[in-house]
Design a protein around this ligand. Structure first.
Ligand SMILES: [Zn+2]
Length: 241
C-alpha cells in the first residue's frame, strides 16, 4: 500500500493530501462489496481548479497514491489521458455544475444499484435515511455508460441539490462537501437500503415524519462527527500510524 500517514478529510490543499483521500475512500468503497474496478472516487482540491481521481484498471482496494491522476478542471481536454476511466466525465461535469461539491464517487454497490432498477424510493425509516432528506435524483436518459459531455451534464442535472443520484439500471453517484461526506453518503445509503429491505420483509413500514427528519438531521450530521467517521475509516484501513 502507498502512503500511511494521517490525512484530513477536509478539502485537500496539496496534491499529496488529495491522493491520500482518494486512496482511503477507494478502500472504503472496496469494503462495501463494490470492487470499484469500473467505479471511481475523485476529490476537488481547495483551489477549486484541480481534481484528483483514481485511475482505471484496478479495484478500489488496490489503489495506492501512484494510482491517482490529477487534472485541471479548466482544461477542456483534461480527461484525454490513457489511464482515465471512461466515465470520468461524471466527475468533471458535476464539479462544473455544483460549486458546493468537493468529492464525487461513482460505483455499482449492491443495494443502490438494485434500487436503480426499480420504481421504489428511499423511505425515511432510520437516522441513516435522514442523510438523504433532500431526496435522491434519478438519471433516466440511458442505462448505458456515461461517457459523453452531454450525458455527464444530464447526470449532474439529475443530481439537483441532492447527495446522490441513481443511474437507472446501472449504479449510483454520490457527492459531498468533501470526501468525508461523499464516503458517508456511500456507506449510509447502502445501510439505509439494507434496513429498508429487512423492514419490508418484517411488516408494514412506519417511516419518520417530515418534522422528525428535519429535527434529526442537524443533530445527527454535525461536521465534527464527520471527522470521527473519517478517522475511523483511516484506522480501519491502516492509514493512521
Ligand atoms: Zn458505471
Amino acid at each position: 500500500m502507498g502512503s500511511v500517514r494521517a490525512v484530513s478529510g477536509k478539502r485537500a490543499v496539496t496534491s499529496e493530501e488529495a491522493a491520500e483521500q482518494v486512496v482511503l475512500a477507494s478502500h472504503v468503497m472496496g469494503s462495501l462489496g463494490d470492487d470499484l474496478t469500473l467505479g471511481h472516487v475523485s476529490v476537488r482540491h481547495s483551489n477549486d481548479i484541480c481534481m484528483s481521481i483514481k485511475r482505471k484498471g484496478i479495484s478500489g482496494s488496490e489503489v495506492t497514491v501512484e494510482d491517482v491522476i490529477e487534472v485541471r478542471l479548466d482544461e477542456v481536454d483534461c480527461l484525454d489521458q490513457p489511464r482515465m476511466h471512461l466515465e470520468a466525465i461524471i466527475h468533471t461535469e458535476i464539479y462544473r455544475e455544483r460549486p458546493d461539491v468537493g468529492a464525487v464517487i461513482h460505483g455499482h454497490p449492491l443495494y443502490a444499484t438494485a434500487l436503480s432498477a426499480t420504481e421504489a424510493k428511499v423511505e425515511f425509516l432510520t437516522h441513516d435515511s435522514v442523510l438523504f432528506k433532500d431526496g435522491i435524483g434519478m438519471y433516466k436518459d440511458s442505462a448505458d455508460m456515461v461517457t459523453t459531455e452531454k450525458q455527464g451534464k444530464a447526470v449532474a442535472r439529475s443530481l439537483g441539490t441532492c447527495r446522490a443520484t441513481l443511474l437507472k439500471n446501472h449504479g449510483v453517484v454520490l457527492v459531498g462537501e468533501d470526501i468525508r461526506y461523499a464516503v458517508l453518503a456511500a456507506v449510509t445509503l447502502e445501510r439505509a437500503l439494507q434496513i429498508q429491505t429487512v423492514a419490508n420483509s418484517l411488516g408494514v413500514l412506519s417511516p419518520l415524519s417530515d418534522d422528525q427528519v428535519r429535527d434529526i438531521y442537524p443533530r445527527k450530521y454535525k461536521d465534527s462527527f464527520l471527522d470521527e467517521y473519517w478517522a475511523w475509516w483511516a484506522r480501519q484501513f491502516d492509514q493512521v500510524k
